[in-house]
Design a binder for this molecule. Structure first.
Ligand code: FCB
Length: 424
């Protein structure tokens, strides 16, 4: 059996990670202060997007997901850059004319620096949502002739967690101890959902047959130990990170599809230390980096023993099918895989990764999951939030040699999959 007719095949990128020159993003100062590697010129896609289009054509892709950089379109609170909007519209038009369906994501982590000058508490206040809606309105109007698929927010929970709980993204709040209070009662989730609902309304008011979704990062979860305690902890984490926002957006009838970003699995344990958020130890690789192997053991967190990517994320292909099937059943909405991939410096792992994950997706479809497409993360090597070391690209980018794009062996394999509409 193959993938369904009309299946969307392609890749994803985000503006800040590939465009380069986004000097008005809040991340620029952040990189200086946190001593991150600066993003700088990235893959120079702002100037080389036609080369990116050529890569997609070479793959035989029919879909491309990219994002529009808020800080570029609105460099100051009072000013919209019409030429930047026109460039995005031109890109969308060119992709469409080449038979590649453009999917625009409006918010992919990066925000203008002025947002936090104006609202130092960020999205804990309601102003940023209003500002974002104005920005979204301009983008929708600029691109409405060529774009019918829209993503309001990329991984809203991952973004909010990093920016307001872990202090890892701007504006850098550390509110992990009061996680639920800040996110639910404190208004963060509510403000983001208000902006999402408005994007859904504006897109549908302007574009016939449009589709609007949220790209949600969903991790395959397993209880650390048998028994009710860890299972309950797992349920709390699953609800908070995966379902809470989607449930609310769905019951307001503002979701036309669900974007699924899938990378790995984690084990979840009940926490015995009182201040752990939601009483849960979610054993992410990132948590292990902070507390160390011993710390993780002391906390009761369990770490899996599969092969890991360069991000230290466990490779668990069957999780993709599992998660796709469960989302499809729960929401009865089309599922579009909007991100899935690996950081692989060796260049040898992408083919096997694609093969195993796509086989898992195929099985989920055979079991009744309504999956409409698969977009690999990423088309290009790019800036992985603080570093260029992780290499996620189907195409390598040589930043020391004119940003030359070179096909990886994974790209050749993906091309075969797309051509056959099946996993060879
Ligand atoms: C996702 C992000 C994307 C990229 C990949 C590796 O969480 O949406 O920007 O960083 O992880």
């Amino acid at each position: 059996m193959g993938f369904p007719d009309g299946f969307l095949w392609g890749a994803s990128t985000s503006s800040y990670q590939v465009e380069g020159g986004n000097d008005n993003s809040a991340f620029v100062d952040w990189e200086r202060r946190r001593r991150w590697q600066p993003c700088g010129t990235a893959a120079d896609s702002w100037n080389r997007w036609r080369e990116d289009l050529a890569c997609l054509k070479e793959l035989g892709a029919n879909t491309y997901r990219f994002s529009v950089e808020w800080s570029r379109v609105q460099p100051t609170p009072m000013e919209f850059d019409e030429s930047a909007l026109e460039r995005y519209a031109e890109m969308a038009r060119a992709f469409k004319e080449a038979g590649i369906r453009p999917i625009i994501c409006l918010h992919h982590f990066s925000e203008p620096a002025w947002l936090f000058e104006r609202w130092p508490r960020g999205w804990m206040e309601s102003g940023p949502a209003d500002a974002f809606i104005q920005f979204a309105d301009r983008v929708i109007r600029a691109c409405r002739n060529d774009v019918s698929d829209w993503i309001s927010f990329n991984e809203p929970m991952v973004w909010l967690l990093n920016a307001y709980a872990l202090g890892h993204f701007p504006p850098g709040f550390h509110k992990i101890v009061t996680l639920e209070r800040t996110f639910v009662q404190g208004g963060l989730i509510e403000h983001v959902l208000r902006a999402h609902r408005e994007v859904h309304r504006m897109v549908h008011a302007d574009i016939k047959g449009a589709r609007v979704g949220i790209a949600q990062n969903v991790v395959d979860l397993e209880p650390a130990r048998q028994g009710a305690a860890d299972l309950e902890a797992l349920g709390r984490w699953d609800h908070f990170m995966h379902r809470h926002m989607l449930d609310l957006a769905n019951s307001a009838q503002t979701l036309d599809f669900i974007g699924l970003n899938y990378y790995t699995r984690i084990y979840v344990a009940k926490a015995w230390i009182p201040f752990f958020p939601l009483g849960v130890v979610p054993a992410y690789a990132e948590l292990k980096q902070i507390v160390g192997e011993l710390g993780m053991k002391l906390l009761g967190g369990r770490v899996g023993n599969r092969v890991r990517t360069d991000m230290d994320w466990e490779i668990v292909p069957e999780g993709l099918g599992r998660v796709a099937l469960s989302l499809s059943k729960r929401y009865q909405l089309p599922i579009l895989v909007t991100e899935n991939g690996l950081a692989d410096t060796s260049g040898n792992g992408r083919e096997a990764f694609l093969k195993s994950h796509l086989s898992s997706l195929q099985s989920a479809i055979d079991d009744g999951a309504h999956v409409t497409g698969y977009l690999h993360w990423s088309l290009l090597d790019n800036f992985e939030w603080g570093s260029y070391r992780p290499r996620f690209g189907l195409y390598r980018v040589d930043r020391t040699n004119g940003f030359k794009r070179t096909k990886s062996s994974g790209a050749d394999y993906f091309k075969k999959v797309i051509k056959n509409g099946a996993v060879p």
